[in-house]
Design a protein around this ligand. Structure first.
Ligand SMILES: NC(=O)c1ccc[n+]([C@@H]2O[C@H](COP(=O)([O-])OP(=O)(O)OC[C@H]3O[C@@H](n4cnc5c(N)ncnc54)[C@H](O)[C@@H]3O)[C@@H](O)[C@H]2O)c1
Ligand SMILES: O=CCCC(=O)O
Length: 385
């Protein structure tokens, strides 16, 4: 319940922010190369936008697209995940109630493979924005090519979280909990690989395992609960497979490691030490409450391990060394870097990835540009200055 309340406040923040930012969609006057010309650039709405969104954060992932689309002057059609259609319908109903005219914010629920090609292939749709898995993102990007739509892709991650010997241990433990266990490990920016330097590894593992074993797993409607269920059986099976695979390849479970008795979709928050590169958890997004701890010796080795992935959404590092902060934040290949924090998302900051984690940004003034085109007007004039 507390996560859900947080998500709704987060969703609302995008509407407030973009409602203001729409006022600042300024163009430019550019000095021309000859005295008898004037050059004006304005920002225009890209036209009808379409979006397909995932089940995790079923309101916020829609708000991050609809708010800038409306601020830019676009109407939008959203197809939410079939697992969470009601959040989208509730948002559309609220839009009507606050006076947004019918037909501006539209929701279509139904069969993804039927609706998808219409949204990606319709010539009257100027912009397609997707949040979801990398595999589906690639498919939909290819579909958009036929009409050369503007595309935004917010895709999967495999975030590294680096803990250096000089880190504040308590801050690193708390930051890891926030990053790894938010929404029971089901966020695209969740730390997926925890890389810990040799000198602090054992102390960090012990302190993290203690804190994680104290997390309260239970019915999400109980106010005190920290960890709720996974979305479905497929997701739970994948999480348990990652745990088993890690154990088979030499990993040691410090806490958790099994389903949780609360209900059939629950997994006990898990810490695994001795993680290595042969494990599935090193290469695949786990999307569940499992933290695998890899060991490294040098900063150079840590950066090489962190960047050895085709994903590039978020990355985190815990250090108190100022020079290291600069080297690491510049050396990590990700669209978003958290230094000494596990929580990086907000409506004012650009959210998005590099490499196969996607294209484009949501939030901030960059997020508004995703729904606007530049139009240049070059004017001939008899005035020479
Ligand atoms: N980068 C981000 O901002 C961000 C945010 C949230 C989630 N994600 C990613 O989303 C994934 C989890 O969400 P998911 O399981 O819903 O992802 P998913 O890719 O399975 O589904 C996302 C959406 O695509 C639709 N879809 C599936 N197949 C389709 C097809 N063939 N044609 C058209 N639409 C299709 C689904 O119905 C759903 O609405 C994770 O990989 C996570 O990292 C990324
Ligand atoms: O799951 C991805 C979105 C979570 C966030 O906005 O921080």
């Amino acid at each position: 319940m507390s996560e859900a309340r947080g998500e709704i406040a987060y969703s609302a923040s995008f509407f407030s922010w973009f409602a203001e930012e729409g006022k600042r969609a300024y163009g430019e006057i550019i000095p021309a190369t000859s005295p008898d010309k004037r050059i004006m650039v304005s920002k225009r709405p890209v036209g009808v936008a379409a979006a397909i969104t995932p089940w995790n954060f079923p309101s916020a992932m829609i708000a991050r697209k609809v708010a800038p689309a409306l601020a830019a002057g676009c109407s939008i059609v959203v197809k939410p995940s079939e697992l969470t259609p009601f959040s989208a319908l509730a948002l559309a109903k609220l839009a009507l109630e606050v006076g947004i005219p019918g037909g501006i914010f539209n929701v279509v629920t139904g069969h993804a493979k039927t609706i998808g090609p219409i949204l990606t292939g319709h010539p009257d749709i100027g912009k397609f924005s997707f949040t979801g898995s990398t595999a589906i993102g690639k498919l939909l990007t290819a579909q958009c090519a036929s009409t050369m739509k503007r595309v935004s892709m917010e895709l999967g991650g495999n975030a590294p979280l680096l803990v250096f010997d000089d880190a504040d241990l308590d801050a690193a433990v708390e930051g890891t909990i926030v990053s790894k266990f938010r929404n029971s490990g089901q966020t695209c920016v969740c730390a997926n690989r925890i890389l810990v330097q040799d000198g602090i590894y054992d102390r960090f593992a012990e302190a993290l395992a203690l804190r994680v074993s104290e997390l309260l797993v239970g019915n999400g409607l109980d106010g005190e609960t920290h960890q709720g269920p996974l979305i479905n059986q497929t997701s739970k099976a994948k999480v348990l497979e990652h745990i088993q695979d890690a154990v088979d390849k030499g990993g040691v479970i410090l806490t958790g490691g099994s389903p949780h008795p609360t209900g059939e979709l629950f997994v006990t928050p898990t810490i695994i030490t001795g993680a290595n590169d042969t494990m599935r958890i090193a290469h695949e997004e786990t999307f569940g409450p499992v933290a695998a701890l890899f060991r490294f010796k040098s900063e150079r080795e840590a950066l090489a391990m962190a960047n050895a992935t085709r994903s590039g959404l978020a990355a985190y590092a815990f250090t108190r060394d100022l020079d290291r902060f600069w080297r690491v934040s510049e050396g990590l290949h990700a669209g978003m870097i958290g230094i000494n924090t596990g929580l990086i998302s907000s409506e004012v900051a650009p959210f998005g990835g590099v490499k196969e984690s996607g294209l484009g940004r949501e939030g901030s003034h960059f997020g508004l540009d995703e729904y606007m085109e530049l139009k240049m007007v070059c004017v001939g004039t008899s005035m020479s200055s």
